[in-house]
Design a protein around this ligand. Structure first.
Ligand SMILES: Nc1nc2c(c(=O)[nH]1)N[C@H]1C(S)=C(S)[C@@H](COP(=O)(O)O)O[C@H]1N2
Ligand SMILES: [Mo]
Length: 374
């Protein structure tokens, strides 16, 4: 048994400035920052970084932790953290981590779904430091055949009704595993990984849903099929809208890997009462594998649009785009709306109704915030 602890009660998790989080559950610990905190800096500080955990946070000692690399490899390997650091070149990749359930609350306005009602805060951007997964796989003599999968096993235990208790696991296709941005990370924003983010070692798969970035990593297996872990096989798939928890056929769903184009208004907050005059609207936009080229803001529910100014670090392709628009709003109620465009001319669906699914995944419709001006 791995010793576990309650995330919210641990003294080592307490920080100088106490975090102000919206806590969806304490056991397991699931929390997201208020949106003005999320928009405060392009690199999200630990105190403002969402936490998505399916079980208790394991208490792992870096000195005794080991990573096993096995399966379809010429030479199975085992590493301590020091051996990983000494054996491979260290790289830092700035990348967004985002939950497939980010913005689920909007889908729940259409019809109920399972899962926590995440606002647009189940996302954060960090500078992840570690070694390339590809380098470790190559050291083990893994084949890079495109039909292979790289499976990960973690130290935390998850309990699911009807499934019992099992260790968290997931997998990614070999082609992504061999991509240079995919890391085995031991640091986040220049500090050792925090317990809630996977200390001492996690996977970071930029562009993919957070579920494919296992925390508290203990084993990598190269295999000819995706992981058979519950998280990979019977969860985190997009299923058609007619399916329910009772009728779901997981094999007909598609695995959520790359995340869709999305954007959200972080300021002003929903329901905010503003003074007449200039109103600064701020938020984020995110695309996968393509840049955000335009962000439109509407002040009247989507009839008229203006273009926001964009802030993106061209050297950080896996980072998000912050945007800002200044509006001049007369007195009254206004529905602010955002939609982003990527360089392939794709944009977000207008209504959450069009993408509703009972798990509440990939909520990416135009984000709407109602405010009043007096
Ligand atoms: N071992 C393990 N890894 C995990 C999870 C988990 O519960 N256990 N949750 C996943 C999910 S669904 C998400 S969205 C991200 C969240 O990462 P964060 O808590 O560091 O923000 O971790 C992923 N990795
Ligand atoms: Mo997630």
């Amino acid at each position: 048994m791995i010793p576990t602890r309650r995330a919210t009660l641990q003294p080592e998790m307490q920080q100088a400035e106490p975090p102000i989080m919206i806590v969806h559950s304490t056991t397991p610990y699931n929390a997201e920052p208020p949106l003005d905190r999320l928009r405060a800096a392009t690199i999200t500080a630990r105190r403002d970084f969402y936490v998505r955990s399916h079980g208790d946070i394991p208490d792992l000692a870096e000195a005794t932790h080991r990573l096993v690399v096995a399966g379809l490899v010429a030479k199975p390997l085992e590493f301590s953290l020091d051996a990983l650091r000494d054996g491979f070149s260290e790289v830092t990749v700035t990348a967004v981590m985002q939950c497939a359930g980010n913005r689920r609350a909007d889908l729940q306005l259409v019809r109920p779904t399972t899962g926590d009602p995440w606002a647009p805060g189940a996302i954060g951007n960090a500078a992840w430091t570690g070694v390339r997964l590809a380098d470790v796989l190559n050291a083990a003599g893994a084949s890079d055949a495109e039909s292979l999968h790289v499976a990960f096993d973690s130290c935390d235990e998850v309990e699911i009704e009807g499934e019992g208790r099992f260790a968290y696991g997931a997998s990614i296709p070999m082609a992504k595993a061999m991509s240079p941005e995919v890391l085995l990370a031991y640091a986040m924003n220049g500090e050792a990984l925090a317990p809630e983010h996977g200390h001492p070692l996690r996977v970071v798969v930029p562009g993919y849903a957070g579920v494919r970035s296992p925390k508290w990593l203990r084993r990598i297996t190269v295999q000819d099929r995706p992981s058979d872990n519950h998280m990979q096989a019977r969860d985190y798939k997009l299923v058609p809208p007619h399916m329910t928890p009772e009728t779901v056929d997981w094999d007909s769903g598609f695995t959520i890997n790359e995340m869709p184009l999305n954007s959200a208004i972080c300021e002003p907050a929903a329901g905010e009462v503003l003074e007449t005059g200039h109103v600064t609207v701020r938020g984020y936009a995110i695309a996968t594998a393509r840049p955000i080229v335009r962000v439109d803001i509407s002040y009247d529910g989507g009839n008229h649009w203006i273009q926001a100014s964009l802030e993106h670090d061209a050297t950080a392709p896996w980072s998000w785009t912050f945007w800002t628009a200044v509006l001049d709003l007369p007195a009254g109620r206004h529905e602010l709306v955002v939609r982003a465009w990527d360089s392939a001319g794709q944009t977000q669906p207008a209504r959450p109704d069009d993408t509703w699914n009972f798990k509440g995944y990939l909520s990416a419709a135009w984000h709407r915030v109602s405010v009043s001006v007096r």
